[in-house]
Ligand binder design. Structure first.
Ligand code: MF3
Ligand code: CO
Length: 260
């Protein structure tokens, strides 16, 4: 383990050196390139399995290892969550995308010892006004939260900003999944909830690298897990969106390592 350590409620947060942040940036660049390829590929008729194949092949071509495959038994390289699916949708050759769907693509890789992780939600063809607004609000909440990723602020300043943006817009924040620290591991402390009280939580420090990932439902916040053991869906059947960036906290402000 490299770099200095911060302890918070017995959890150890690994601070990254500038050199390590550059390595994470390299991993994140691979993630973003592949997400851009997926964005172009995703259209009506294409299956979520086609997208999974593409993501894995593109990662391997670049010498990177898909981060999710085999993680706690997850069977694929990519998470593809359609419409009422919140996160961890499993790609399937039977799931054909259709006009009007919204599709969350969540992808992570390991390269040269460091992880990168990002997610986007994209429209398939023309989507409803409500779906568009849901995606816009979720992405806006993510960027507003990133602005709070500053040394001296508190972790839940990030969380509260997401919650405010989302609830102001009449949508709801999922409680069952959180963002996370990232570096030599895909999931490191601290957990980064998408709701909380401003001014609380661990003090943010230069060198922390966080995957911030709001999951937002158009209806109620509750989710349930399908029988496949992975796919989280909204309990009320409403649409859900998900955006994620890997962000480094620096003295020069938030550094979005997965910036497109
Ligand atoms: N971005 C998600 C996360 O950080 C994806 C994990 S999917 C899993 O939790 F399969 F790896 F669990
Ligand atoms: Co993540």
């Amino acid at each position: 383990m490299k770099g200095s350590l911060v302890s918070w409620k017995k959890e150890i947060i690994v601070l990254k050196t500038p050199e390590e942040i550059e390595k994470i940036r390299t991993s994140c660049r691979i993630v973003v390139e592949i997400l851009q390829g997926l964005r172009e590929l995703a259209r009506p008729g294409v299956t979520t399995y086609d997208l999974d194949r593409f993501s894995e092949e593109e990662a391997r071509k670049r010498g990177a290892k898909p981060a999710f495959k085999g993680y706690r038994g997850y069977p694929c390289s990519l998470c593809t969550s359609v419409n009422n699916e919140v996160v961890h949708g499993i790609p399937s050759p039977k799931r054909h995308l259709k006009e009007g769907d919204i599709l969350s693509l969540d992808f992570g890789i390991l390269y040269n010892g460091y992880y990168g992780d990002a997610a986007i939600t994209i429209p398939i063809g023309e989507v409803s006004g409500k779906a568009k607004r849901l995606m816009e609000v979720t992405e806006r909440a993510l960027y507003a939260a990133i602005e709070k990723a500053l040394p001296g602020n508190r972790l839940f300043d990030i969380s509260a900003t997401i919650q405010n943006c989302v609830e102001e817009a009449g949508f709801s924040v999922v409680r069952d999944f959180v963002g996370h620290g990232i570096g030599r591991e895909l999931h490191e402390p601290p957990q980064v909830p998408n709701f909380g009280t401003p001014g609380r939580g661990v003090r943010l420090k230069k060198g922390m690298v966080l995957a911030i990932e709001p999951m937002v439902n158009a209806g109620r916040p509750d989710v349930r897990i399908l029988d496949d053991g992975w796919t989280a869906v909204t309990a009320d059947g409403s649409l859900s969106a998900h955006f994620e960036h890997t962000v480094a906290i620096t003295d020069n402000g938030p550094d979005i390592l997965t910036r497109i």
